[in-house]
Design a protein around this ligand. Structure first.
Ligand code: CO
Length: 300
């Protein structure tokens, strides 16, 4: 009898142990889930990228401003340019594409991501990121939510503010009103190229000697140069209208080659003064991207 009781007790103990272990496993999963949930939203900063070391100052400023606005939030980077990622990889610097960075965030257990486009206009790169980031939300086991912020120049308000900030902060104080300021935008085959012509219209209303040209779109440099010649401009400040002062600023704008903007102006008798700073190096302008990010974070 006593032995049977003992056996029964052992059975109960065994059952309890099994139940408990089951509970622990369950509890473990719950703890896993809780840890995952605790990871909260992450921020992915997406830029075209640059291989120019001196241009990295733009990215440092942006990251500082983003971290100040969202303390304790995971902030990661991705470059949309494959050429730049490959170039950096050869130098031992590994930078993710937006898709790789999103996959990594997913693998690391983040459930929500705000993707910040650090591009100037909603062009081809922005639209690709926007589509692909949202697909990560749709896939099985993907993020609960992904939001994508707008780039910088997406409304009359942001366009006008950017031009004003450039005039007051980026253009050197010694510029006289008779000196021209020529902004060098990138330009694109994408329909959003029209933003640069809209900017040029706004710029002319703001300051008749403020011009906007592009490297690969409209208005072209030749068009702008003709206007400067017509206005008998003698001196022009050349300003990269880009997130970073990278390869285009160094070569297409300020290079010594005969086809650079500086050389083109010199050929027309206009002294060119290049300003080698990317827009994101200026905290007031970097904060305009952060404002877009705040909206994307609020939607998460
Ligand atoms: Co380019």
């Amino acid at each position: 009898m006593w032995r049977i009781l003992m056996r029964r007790q052992w059975l109960i103990v065994l059952c309890a142990a099994f139940a408990l272990s089951g509970f622990l496993v369950q509890g473990g999963h719950a703890a896993d889930k809780a840890a995952k949930d605790k990871k909260g939203p992450a921020i992915l900063l997406v830029t075209f990228g640059t291989s120019v070391e001196s241009a990295q100052g733009s990215f440092r400023t942006i990251e500082r401003r983003v971290k100040a606005a969202f303390p304790g939030t995971e902030v990661r980077w991705a470059y949309t340019s494959k050429i730049i990622r490959q170039k950096l990889a050869k130098e031992g610097v590994a930078i993710d594409s937006p898709e790789m960075a999103l996959a990594r965030l997913m693998e690391d257990g983040y459930t929500k991501v705000a993707v910040q486009s650090l591009h100037m206009i909603p062009g081809a790169e922005f639209h690709e990121v926007n589509i692909n980031a949202r697909l990560f939300e749709q896939m099985s086991g993907g993020f609960d939510k992904v939001t994508v912020s707008w780039p910088l120049l997406v409304s009359n308000e942001t366009m006008e503010k950017t031009l004003k900030e450039v005039l007051t902060r980026v253009v050197p104080k010694e510029r006289r009103s008779t000196d021209a300021v020529v902004l060098m935008g990138h330009g694109t085959h994408h329909p959003s190229d029209a933003i640069y012509s809209a900017l040029m219209y706004m710029a002319q209303k703001m300051d008749p000697n403020l011009f906007v040209g592009t490297v690969e779109g409209a208005p072209s440099f030749d068009e702008i140069k003709e206007m400067l010649v017509e206005k008998k401009i003698r001196k022009a400040y050349l300003v990269p209208f880009m997130t970073v002062a990278g390869d285009h600023a160094m070569n297409d704008m300020a290079g010594d080659e005969p086809d650079s903007w500086k050389s083109g102006l010199a050929g027309a008798g206009i002294e060119a003064v290049p300003v080698m700073k990317g827009l994101a190096e200026f905290p007031a302008i970097a904060d305009m991207w952060v404002e877009q990010l705040k909206k994307a974070m609020a939607e998460l």
